[in-house]
Design a protein around this ligand. Structure first.
Ligand SMILES: Nc1nc2c(ncn2[C@@H]2O[C@H](COP(=O)(O)OP(=O)(O)O)[C@@H](O)[C@H]2O)c(=O)[nH]1
Ligand SMILES: [Mg+2]
Length: 372
């Protein structure tokens, strides 16, 4: 039994495999880690397998799993999870895109209590070197989609991460394509996560294996994880849906408050209900924004620890500005749909409200109630 297992998925990596195994092993020695190295190979046709066999002769902590069926990166990593001989797994590419020197740091974070530690390219301090524009755009798209489910995580599709065994022990992983981390986040059982920045460097040697089909599989995977969360309320994605529902309920109370205050001001406050006199309406809107802020801050986002804006006043200011943007979207959509397309005004307002809601939630989630 080892303290940790470094899982290296490989497919035709004869140019890198020796160096990466040696580098990981050197890190183990330097930090006195009792670590295992598990190469999971998809039956490479080059010298990858024979090189590992040769390394095994002198290093007893090196293991290889040769897969004969169900070719694929995610499937390989998942197989690695079930064959590893420890309670902590770290996944790393063979092509030196991920720096092995970060392995001890990830392991320390796990020991300190994190269930998942992610090497992030998209947080401050992280980055990507030598990637063609096309790869960057695909990656940003994939990351955006993944962040809808896990907004606190900057790089939910990273290939470099550490997890405790118990995260995936009972998870019905259905790994397809490239994004095993998203599957782990979506179906695994976890509470605490941490991200560590790193600079991704594209491979010097060998070829990448990303294909168009992979992207379609990814979209299906995101959908599958969303559906999964609806029936598995312990999942992290469900925690996010709960926030969406609560935000919606708060929005409805805001409408009631808005109309109620307007009524009181016009009927009893001697403010005019003349549409050109916007004072009563403006006061009603601002009070409803305050109402929504208080409910969201104390209820919807109660569970969010160490938010970026530690002061409630800052969050209130941010919420006010973002909500103003939501109102502008609502009005613009209303105007365009009624005046431009002759759509029935109530339907136009409904669509406008819906789009305003999407804006308010997604932007406030990333600005007002986001993690430090
Ligand atoms: N077992 C296995 N490993 C794979 C497969 N495809 C890629 N890999 C490995 O996964 C890592 C990342 O692959 P790479 O082609 O560099 O992807 P990229 O960095 O996204 O372009 C490398 O270690 C590859 O050898 C596969 O189908 N099966
Ligand atoms: Mg690579």
């Amino acid at each position: 039994m080892y303290d940790l297992t470094v899982i290296i998925p490989t497919f035709n990596e004869e140019a890198n495999i020796r160096n990466i195994v040696m580098a990981v092993d050197a890190v183990f020695h330097e930090h006195s880690l009792n670590g295992q190295i598990l190469v999971v190979d998809d039956h490479s046709s080059d010298a990858t397998i024979s090189t590992v066999w040769e390394l095994k002769r002198t290093k007893e902590n090196v293991e290889i799993l040769i897969r004969e069926q169900d070719h694929g990166l995610s499937q390989s990593v998942a197989d690695g999870f079930t064959h590893a001989d420890s309670d902590v797994f770290i996944v790393i590419d063979a092509d030196f895109s991920h720096p092995p020197v970060l392995i001890p740091k990830m392991y320390t974070e796990i020991r300190k209590g994190s269930d998942i530690v992610i090497g992030s390219r998209y947080m401050e301090g992280g980055g990507i070197r030598k990637w063609p524009l096309k790869r960057r755009i695909i990656s940003i798209g994939a990351t955006f989609l993944g962040r809808l489910l896990f907004p606190d995580i900057t790089d939910p599709v990273s290939g470099f991460f550490a997890i405790r065994k118990k995260v995936i022990e009972n998870a019905p992983l259905k790994p397809r394509g490239y994004k095993i981390l998203l599957e782990v986040l979506g179906k695994g059982t976890w509470e605490n996560d941490r991200e560590i920045p790193f600079e991704f460097v594209d491979r010097e040697i060998g070829a990448s294996k990303l294909k168009i089909r992979t992207m379609l599989e990814y979209a299906r995977q995101v959908l599958d994880i969303s559906l999964y969360s609806f029936t598995h309320h312990e999942s992290a994605a469900w925690r996010e849906w709960t926030r969406v529902f609560r935000f919606g309920i708060v929005g409805i109370t805001g409408i009631v408050v808005n109309l109620g205050i307007l009524y009181i001001l016009v009927e009893y406050g001697h403010l005019s209900n003349n549409p050109l006199d916007l004072v009563a309406s403006a006061i009603a809107i601002e009070i409803s924004i305050l109402n929504n802020f208080i409910l969201n801050d104390f209820w919807t986002f109660r569970s969010l620890e160490n938010s970026k804006y530690s002061s409630r006043w800052q969050r209130l200011a941010a919420f006010n500005i973002v909500s103003a943007g939501g109102a502008v979207i609502n009005w613009t959509v209303f105007l365009v749909l009624t005046a431009g397309f002759g759509i029935y005004y109530l339907a136009a307002q409904f669509i406008g409200t819906l789009l305003g809601f999407v804006w308010n939630f997604t932007v406030n989630r990333r600005v007002t109630w986001t993690r430090k």
